[in-house]
Design a protein around this ligand. Structure first.
Ligand SMILES: [Mg+2]
Length: 391
């Protein structure tokens, strides 16, 4: 069995671009993967084209070996662009081999360990403080029990002379801490409640924010600060007892290594489309398992990312929840049904463990060929003094 083609497609689907990769074999079998580096798809597409040059003619069943060759072949190993490309190809190889063998992808990863893959819901980014209780009740009535607040400061006014909005840190801290209290009061003590700070704060601001929330009210804080420095997180740990959820930007097991070994993170936000595909994800999962850390999987993109995450979640023992952007309170158009003729479907707050061969997603390639990239920049935020602020 030999790889006969590797084709990247970048298409504006729903509310952002998706970079999908098709890997084909000489016998007609094929698989689909997705890359997760939103906003820099042209760079990832280029990397996929480089890999195509030596992947054609290789055995698609030797996934682990092909991962090593892709990661190490340019001498300059790693990095987010290359690993996002590897992720898409790696996922496509698993889909292809699963279909060829007639087994679901999770069976290639050791077999399913659970019947359902439970998801957490995010409150819409612009939610007004008064609306959190009603949204929480709406989710609870639909059997959801894990929720995540985003750090926001309404209204995010535009900044005169610059594209984007103003992030007023002190208002965001006050507004979001009040939102968390309102959600906890409505959801009760058994719901899982997290907050994504989208690495918008400093160590000191994170401490101020988290110290305003009673101990035990918040189950995790996701990325309060940027993640280049494990030492900064260790400093923050001395100032708060809230568990940390970190890792959606990590592009290898080596990025996770200090965070796991030094017990800095308590939930691993693995993104299967960025970390290096399923091959790398199961290794990170094993590293996390050794320190009793559960996966809280990052899944903001399309149905292929969701399906790959579901198969990963099924196959590992240490799984908490999968991110879903399709809850009753936030229906982002992540799936264009003209492109995805079949996808994994949720039953209330969970995906039933799939049993069909491969990932369980079908793509209409002819529709995809007619679509194109829409060059897009992530939103810009500014501090009140006009300096740059992470989105
Ligand atoms: Mg996040």
């Amino acid at each position: 069995m030999k790889i006969s083609n590797v084709t990247p497609y970048v298409a504006w689907i729903g509310f952002r671009n998706q970079l999908l990769v098709k890997v084909e074999a000489e016998n007609g079998q094929f698989g689909w993967g997705e890359s997760g580096l939103s906003g820099r798809e042209l760079a990832v597409e280029g990397a996929v084209k480089h890999y195509r040059e030596f992947l054609i003619g290789k055995d698609p069943r030797q996934i682990g070996g092909l991962w090593q060759e892709m990661y190490r072949s340019q001498y300059f190993e790693g990095g987010r662009v290359l690993t996002a490309a590897i992720s898409a190809i790696d996922i496509a190889l698993y889909d292809l081999v699963g279909k060829e063998l007639g087994v679901p992808v999770h069976q290639l990863l050791g077999g399913s360990q659970r019947d359902r893959i439970e998801c957490f819901a995010s409150y819409p980014g612009e939610t007004a403080l008064k609306d959190y209780p009603a949204l929480t009740l709406k989710l609870m009535n639909a059997n959801w029990n894990s929720f995540r607040v985003n750090i926001v400061a309404p209204p995010e006014a535009s900044y005169e002379g610059k594209e984007g909005g103003i992030f007023e840190t002190r208002k965001a801290i006050e507004n979001t801490s009040q939102a968390i209290l309102a959600c906890r009061e409505t959801a009760g003590p058994t719901a899982m409640l997290g907050c994504d700070a989208h690495h918008r704060l400093s160590v000191a601001e994170s401490a101020t924010f988290l110290q305003r929330i009673p101990s035990g009210a918040l189950d995790y804080i996701e990325e309060p600060i940027r993640d280049e420095s494990p030492e900064a997180y260790e400093a923050l740990r001395k100032l708060t007892d809230v568990p940390f959820a970190i890792g959606e930007e990590f592009s290898s097991k080596w990025a996770f290594k200090p965070y796991i070994e030094r017990n800095i993170l308590q939930y691993a936000r693995v993104d299967v489309c960025n970390v290096g595909g399923l091959t790398e994800s199961v290794k990170v999962a094993a590293m996390a398992e050794s320190n009793y850390i559960d996966l809280l999987l990052h899944n903001p993109l399309g149905p292929i990312c969701a399906a790959a995450s579901v198969h990963l979640a099924a196959a590992v023992p240490n799984f908490s929840h999968l991110e879903s952007r399709e809850s009753p309170v936030e229906e982002l158009p992540v799936a264009d049904t003209d492109v995805f003729t079949k996808r994994l479907e949720m039953e209330s707050n969970a995906y039933p463990t799939p049993n069909e061969p491969g990932l369980g997603v079908d793509v209409d390639e002819e529709v995809l060929k007619e679509m194109s990239i829409k060059l897009w920049e992530p939103p810009r935020l500014w501090k009140t003094d006009g300096s740059y602020q992470n989105w």
